[in-house]
Design a protein around this ligand. Structure first.
Ligand code: ADP
Ligand code: PAZ
Ligand code: K
Length: 271
């Protein structure tokens, strides 16, 4: 099994995975001020809780969209696993052809999700990741990453609303059970959930129209399981999508990574 660590803007997902299965998957909060030791303790605690030792882990990979934490987490994982940890970045082999104006700008999480998509599902693909941001990845029938969308995630949208409306307070992100709300709280709950669910349905229609093809639709991220039940289109929920993508990237690059780490020349740049 390898240790896969996905650093998002709200949460860090720590998982243990190999080609057979996912052994554990846990979320800790993304805290920009934590030290290497504190993140090392998080990793150690997750391993301890599931009863795994360092010997059970054959390698590690970090995927991050929070640059100030990337290196701290890499060093933290190296402290625990006592081996070099790979970082998802441009230059690694992925099998994905990124047709963007600036491929280097594409978030590593979107790369990992798309790599899992082309490895485990039928292309073309539309992939929704419902986290801090809601992101949409579009992969065509030739496994080209052709683009996507970024818009505010549900929690970010709600926070902006309550900050700007004097009479509105925070609500839990849960369905009120009906579309037409009868009180402020239910109106807000229905509004945030149904607006996002309807957006997802509508976005799928529009992307398929532009693609000229039907696509496999996937969803992942902390909020996917809350929103998907309200969507009308068929959408596959895969909460382990990023871990799966990180495993594939690890496997494609492991030999070159180990060789470059051995000779000590720029450990994590693999052509
Ligand atoms: N298990 C969960 N149940 C409900 N909401 C969750 C859960 N995990 C995360 N969230 C919410 O999802 C959002 C973050 O999702 P996540 O995919 O972890 O984000 P990111 O990848 O941006 O860090 C936050 O608004 C958080 O409150
Ligand atoms: C769009 C994102 C903020 C999403 O991050 P998340 O919601 O997973 O924390 C992240 O993928 C990112 O910073 N991307 C870089 C810009 C881009 O992908 O075009
Ligand atoms: K996201």
């Amino acid at each position: 099994m390898i240790l896969a660590i996905d650093i998002g803007n709200t949460n860090i997902v720590i998982g243990g995975i190999d080609e057979k299965k996912t052994y554990f998957i846990e979320r800790v909060s993304t805290v920009r001020t934590k030290t290497e030791l504190e993140y090392a303790i998080d990793i150690k605690n997750v391993l301890d809780i599931y009863g795994y030792s360092v010997e059970d882990i054959s390698g590690g990979i970090v995927c991050s969209v929070v640059p100030q934490i990337t290196n701290i987490m890499r060093v933290a994982a190296e402290k625990i696993l006592r081996r070099d940890i790979m970082v998802v970045k441009s230059g690694l082999k992925t099998g994905l052809n990124i047709l963007m104006d600036f491929p280097n700008q594409l978030g590593s999480d979107l790369v990992a999700a798309s790599v899992a998509g082309i490895t485990h599902y039928q292309v073309p693909l539309i992939i929704f990741d419902l986290g801090t941001a809601t992101t949409v990845c579009v992969v065509d029938d030739k496994k080209n990453y052709i683009g996507g969308m970024i818009y505010p995630g549900l929690r970010v949208s709600l926070d902006a609303l309550t900050e700007n409306a004097a009479q509105l307070q925070g609500v839990a992100l849960e369905s009120p059970g009906r579309v037409i709300g009868k009180n402020t709280i239910d109106c807000m709950k229905s509004g945030i959930l149904n607006s996002n669910a309807a957006a997802i349905d509508g976005i799928i229609d529009r992307i398929e129209e532009e693609l000229g093809q039907k696509a496999t639709v996937l969803a992942t991220g902390g909020l996917a399981k809350t929103v998907l039940p309200l969507c009308r289109r068929e959408i596959i929920l895969d909460e382990e999508l990023l871990l799966k993508g990180m495993l594939t990237i690890y496997q494609k690059n492991h030999a070159a990574f180990a060789a470059s780490a051995e000779t000590g020349k720029g450990a994590d740049s693999c052509g």
